[in-house]
Design a protein around this ligand. Structure first.
Ligand SMILES: [Zn+2]
Length: 260
């Protein structure tokens, strides 16, 4: 069954039908979902969701957009939440220079990124990285941490080129692929998907964002992942069942720490 490695069901976009939607997933081929923290507030919202559904897991972390609001207490909260038995990763953490241009802010983002990578290392959890317009700095920090020894991780919503993709694959990391691969202007990502072995790809929605074609621009949810599966199967010329099977195995190994 499909493993959605990156969703935000605590978002207010799901206020009206969250329970019905999450309840309907297993009957529609979605076997597991990781609900990923984005804001500082979502640290408080994810645990009840993971407790209500056996197939919903969580990731604890704070998105770089909130780097300036983060304090030592926030980091302590990330650590405490990460120790809950349904929390399977630290994320989403990383760098976003698209929305923030000031050098001081970039410095703060890097500090908070490193501090949360430290938590991932100490708690022996995989990391989930958000990176936008920060290709070089992300690669530098990830490489530094992989050299220190990390459990593993995912480059969520991978948006850079083939060169960096090869570097991450060499480090044993996974690329999170979602709706963008179905976009007609997603040529760069299609090239990356063609290049990277299926053994290094995991599926993700990033819902409510980035719905695949034909729902582009609408609210996304895990039920639309079959469109992403079709796109990957066409690019790589492998059957859809194999895309689902291998990406699920990848996610189970990394996130549920299952031996396969
Ligand atoms: Zn996300």
């Amino acid at each position: 069954m499909i493993f959605d490695t990156h969703a935000h069901y605590d978002d207010k976009a799901f206020e009206e039908d969250r329970v019905e939607l999450l309840t309907s997933l297993p009957d529609n081929g979605i076997g597991n979902v990781v609900n990923v923290c984005a804001s500082i507030n979502s640290l408080k919202r994810i645990l009840p969701l993971t407790e209500a559904f056996p197939y919903v897991w969580g990731a604890a972390g704070v998105h770089p957009d909130y780097a300036e609001e983060m304090t030592a207490e926030t980091l302590e909260e990330v650590r405490q939440v990460s120790r809950h038995e349904k929390i399977v990763a630290i994320g989403e953490i990383g760098l976003d220079y698209y929305w923030h241009k000031e050098p001081e802010n970039h410095k703060r983002q890097q500090e908070m990124f490193r501090a949360q990578m430290d938590i991932a290392r100490e708690e022996e959890l995989p990391f989930m990285i958000h990176s936008r317009d920060a290709a070089e700095d992300t690669l530098t920090i990830v490489r530094e941490y992989m050299n220190k020894g990390m459990y593993g991780g995912i480059l969520h919503c991978y948006s850079y080129g083939v060169e960096h993709a090869r570097e991450y694959v060499k480090m044993g990391l996974y690329l999170g692929i979602g709706g963008v691969v179905t976009f007609t202007n997603g040529r760069k990502l299609k090239e990356v998907v063609g290049e990277v072995p299926l053994e290094r790809i995991v599926l993700e929605t990033d819902c409510p964002y980035l719905a695949p074609v034909p729902y582009r621009g609408k609210r996304n949810c895990s039920l639309y992942l079959p469109y992403v599966v079709t796109a990957i199967s066409e690019i790589k010329n492998v059957p859809e069942e194999e895309v689902i099977r291998v990406t699920e195995e990848n996610a189970r190994k990394l996130l549920l720490q299952e031996q396969m």
